[in-house]
Design a protein around this ligand. Structure first.
Ligand SMILES: [Zn+2]
Ligand SMILES: [Zn+2]
Length: 79
């Protein structure tokens, strides 16, 4: 049986903090799209949620992030 995954709780977990820290380091704190200051970690997909590999996510700035999500539409959730 699969445990239900609570995304909001996960974003507050030490596991996520560690993943996030590695992603920020990998992108050297820069937005993957415009090279500005990176602030948000974007998930390319949610298939590995809770066990993300570095290439499942990207560091982006808040404006690129919201532009990205507007383009993707409602299919993608919060992050
Ligand atoms: Zn950007
Ligand atoms: Zn995102």
């Amino acid at each position: 049986m699969r445990r239900r995954f609570n995304y909001t709780d996960y974003l507050r977990s030490p596991e996520w903090a560690e993943v996030r820290r590695k992603i920020i380091k990998r992108y050297k704190g820069r937005c993957a799209i415009c090279n500005g200051p990176g602030e948000a970690v974007h998930h390319w997909h949610y298939r590995t949620l809770g066990r993300e590999r570095l290439f499942d996510c990207a560091l982006v700035c808040t404006s690129c992030h919201s532009a990205w999500h507007q383009r993707l539409g409602a299919e993608v959730r919060v992050d």
